[in-house]
Design a protein around this ligand. Structure first.
Ligand code: 8NA
Ligand code: MG
Ligand code: MG
Length: 344
């Protein structure tokens, strides 16, 4: 009974890749997101009879995810310097434009100049020492809950360390931890049988984040807690919240605080049919909905896809997607490698 762990591992990393590749063409394209007609056509084509096309390219989200996964697989331990070196080498040798964040390239330059001797230092100097609160930590955290499966405290520690190579602002770090927790919950739940209790899924994230997130020194509020409470309210809305309400409250920006909760919401909302999204498949519905909100579509769809893939497993992902994206075989091989480590 249930979906196998290997299928969940493969679904998680493949889900992150497909969200990235299929979300990238729409990134910040239109203020309100792509039109329902355009998106339904886009996915119907991917799921229809095979057609010839250049493969959809992955972006920074997958470029960095694969560095982390490969480091874990090769070293079977956390090695921040090795991960930093892989980020830098990939950034400077890749001939494809991957669309990195506006300021993270400064971290790569400094890391290269000091040969990653002090891998956590350049990130701490970003934005006058406040660190980046972009979603660049959260967008690449998916290998962590796989690598640390079965050791909750170590998982939190590793998520934090891996994020700090580029993002040291508490909102950047906690966004990555929250995304990691959502994937972890997805991995541990059985998608067959009772429908997912979406309110309970959010409540469990709230409880876990309360032990991690410090209250703001001025207003005493916990920013991610506030967003998670919002997710619960939006999910409880009669007939479903409008896209506008979600865009205005949860956000679709490159800030971790205004994109990680949106990805989690997309996964939870997609457990039931959504108006204008013409599919019964819940993985498709998750990334389709995430992209429909607009803004940072590749990253939000990638994060939502990682959670959905971890929950449903590879079998819920339409097989035909594999024909149209680069790096599919490789990412699935990395998932196999992480599964081998998790079993030991
Ligand atoms: P980052 O660390 O450069 O952060 C992204 C942006 O967030 C920065 O350029 C700033 O504008 C802003 N920011 C972050 N922290 C602060 C702060 N403390 N004070 C003021 N502003 C701040 O890069 P990242 O890795 O977090 O970025 C990830 C996102 O960038 C992903 O969505 C990814 O897909 C990519 N992205 C690329 C493009 C593109 O076309 N090049 C567009 C959007 C997003
Ligand atoms: Mg990207
Ligand atoms: Mg992005």
């Amino acid at each position: 009974s249930g979906v196998s762990l290997i299928s969940k591992f493969r679904g998680c990393l493949a889900g992150a890749l497909f969200g990235d590749c299929f979300g990238a063409p729409f990134e910040f394209e239109d203020e309100n997101g792509p039109s329902p007609v355009v998106l339904n056509k886009f996915f119907a084509k991917l799921e229809g009879p095979p057609f010839k096309t250049p493969k959809y390219a992955y972006t920074d989200d997958t470029a960095m995810t694969k560095c982390i996964a490969q480091s874990f697989v090769d070293r079977a331990s956390l090695d921040e310097r090795d991960i930093a070196k892989r980020f830098v080498t990939d950034f400077y040798t890749d001939t494809t434009e991957r669309g990195y964040g506006g300021h993270v390239t400064e971290v790569f330059r400094k890391l290269r100049d000091q040969q990653c001797a002090d891998p956590m230092k350049p990130a701490s100097e970003q934005f006058n020492g406040t660190g980046s609160y972009g979603n660049g930590g959260a967008m690449r955290v998916s290998p962590v809950p796989l690598f640390c499966f079965g050791d909750y405290n170590r998982m939190i520690h590793v998520a934090k360390r891996v994020t700090q190579i580029t993002h040291t602002h508490p909102l950047g770090i906690n966004g990555a931890i929250l995304q990691c927790l959502a994937i972890h919950q997805g991995l541990t739940l059985d998608p067959r049988g009772e429908p997912l209790d979406v309110q309970k899924f959010a409540d469990e994230l709230i409880t876990k984040m309360e032990a991690i997130e410090e209250p703001d020194q001025i207003d005493g509020r916990r920013p991610y807690n506030t967003q998670l409470q919002l997710i619960k309210k939006l999910l409880a809305k009669e007939g479903g919240a409008s896209a506008h309400q979600v865009q205005e409250s949860l956000g679709t920006s490159v800030d971790a605080l205004f994109s990680v909760p949106t990805a989690i919401y997309s996964f939870l909302r997609a457990q039931k049919p959504i108006p204008d999204i013409e599919t019964d498949n819940k993985f498709r519905r998750t990334i389709h909905y995430a992209i429909s909100l607009g803004g940072d579509t590749d990253t939000i769809a990638s994060m939502a896809g990682a959670i959905a893939g971890a929950y449903f497993g590879e079998e819920e992902i339409n097989d035909s997607y594999k024909m149209y994206c680069e790096y599919v075989e490789e990412i699935l091989e990395l998932a196999n490698g992480l599964h081998k480590i998790a079993k030991e």
